[in-house]
Design a protein. Structure first.
Length: 118
């Protein structure tokens, strides 16, 4: 990807500091999940390996594509955040509310189009 952007330009796109971009580039820190949708759009692909063939993979993919923490998704579906973690690890019974949410969602992660929450 040859956009010839300076770190300050990328920082402005993501509304973060120049140092933040430098840390991301040098693997000194990782972007917070709230920046994932912007990163996916900027790169025009999802840089993470996400298995959407399983329910637990679809939960994590949904969170990543929409920039949702486990806490935020938990509030959306009315469960404790530890429940989201358990579901992502294949434990417990997933709520019908989350199943409906995921069933109505099209996962296009490693392509140029990426669906996000409106």
């Amino acid at each position: 990807m040859e956009l010839k952007l300076f770190q300050k330009d990328v920082a402005a796109i993501f509304n973060v500091s120049d140092d933040c971009v430098t840390y991301w580039e040098n693997n000194r820190s990782e972007p917070q999940i709230q920046y994932y949708p912007l990163i996916f759009g900027f790169l025009e692909y999802g840089p993470f390996e996400l298995d959407t063939s399983t329910l637990m993979g679809r939960i994590k993919a949904y969170r990543y594509v929409n920039g949702l923490s486990q806490n935020r998704l938990a509030k959306m579906v009315g469960v404790d955040p530890s429940t989201i973690l358990a579901w992502e690890n294949g434990k417990g019974r997933v709520s019908e509310r989350l199943k409906v949410l995921l069933a109505s969602y099209e996962f296009i992660i490693n392509h140029k189009e990426m669906e996000t929450i409106e």
